[in-house]
Design a protein around this ligand. Structure first.
Ligand code: IYR
Length: 246
């Protein structure tokens, strides 16, 4: 009899009852008056429209706390089933930055000299980019973003069973998180670049990341070099990017 009760107490009954529903809590929501709404949205727009991708960095150090705050901000992003399929690796170590630069340049040299089709080269022309990526060594920090397509662990599932748990809407989720990351860094007065050497598999090797993590972007962060320049680019006007049905 005692055996029976002991057994019952150790049984995982969730297989019979299904997972516990998530606890619901009241939404924290600040209702703004119309004037504040407009002022805040306008101020954010005016700030964000000044962001430019920078390719000439200064080696001047930046406060690490700003990097941390940007990653915390990125981590607030919505994600498929709240799976938060991202990892942000912060690289300040000069030796690792050097390895990343050398590996990226080797791939990019192949791209520019052999692999890029003429059509791609044509659209890159106005940006004036080439295979040289010294910014990967000069910028004080590289934030290397990985997307996590699935989780493989002894307790992959909420009920603790082992296996491979697929993540959903990974590209969308990580894209949103990176948008918030870039906005935070710009808001903090730092310059960034979204850099995508191709292929990027070398980042797993250099940074020791497991194979369920795929490199998504490298984001050099720092202050612009003195006299840095950027291509004159236009953003599409509102009428071209928005259509309204009312
Ligand atoms: N990744 C390469 C090429 C490149 C591709 C696009 I699309 C850009 O907007 C900019 C560059 C490089 O970094 O040079």
């Amino acid at each position: 009899m005692i055996e029976f009760w002991r057994e019952l107490m150790t049984l995982d009954l969730s297989a019979l009852t299904g997972p516990m529903p998530t606890e619901m809590v009241p939404l924290e929501f600040e209702r703004l008056d119309a004037e504040t709404q407009r002022a805040r949205a306008l101020q954010f727009f005016q700030r964000m429209r000044t962001r430019r991708s920078v390719r000439q960095f200064s080696s001047e150090p930046v406060p690490f706390e700003l990097i941390e705050l940007a990653i915390r901000t990125a981590g607030t992003a919505p994600s498929g089933a709240n799976q938060q399929p991202w990892r942000f690796i912060v690289v300040g170590d000069p030796e690792l930055k050097r390895q990343i630069r050398l590996a990226a340049e080797a791939e990019e040299r192949e791209n520019y000299e052999r692999r890029f089709p003429a059509e791609w080269k044509q659209v890159l022309e106005p940006l004036g980019t080439d295979w040289h990526k010294e910014f990967l060594e000069i910028a004080p920090y590289l934030i290397v973003v990985f997307r996590i397509d699935y989780e493989e662990s002894p307790a992959a599932f909420p009920d603790g069973t082992a296996g491979r748990r697929k993540h959903y809407y990974v590209m969308e989720s990580v894209g949103i998180a990176v948008g918030l990351l870039l906005a935070s860094l710009h808001q903090a007065g730092l310059a960034t670049l979204t850099h995508t050497p191709n292929p990027m598999k070398f980042l797993n090797r250099i940074l020791g990341r497991p194979k369920n993590e795929k490199p998504y972007l490298i984001i050099p962060v720092g202050y612009p070099a003195e006299g840095a320049s950027v291509p004159r680019l236009e953003k599409k006007p509102l009428e071209e990017i928005m259509q309204v049905f009312e």
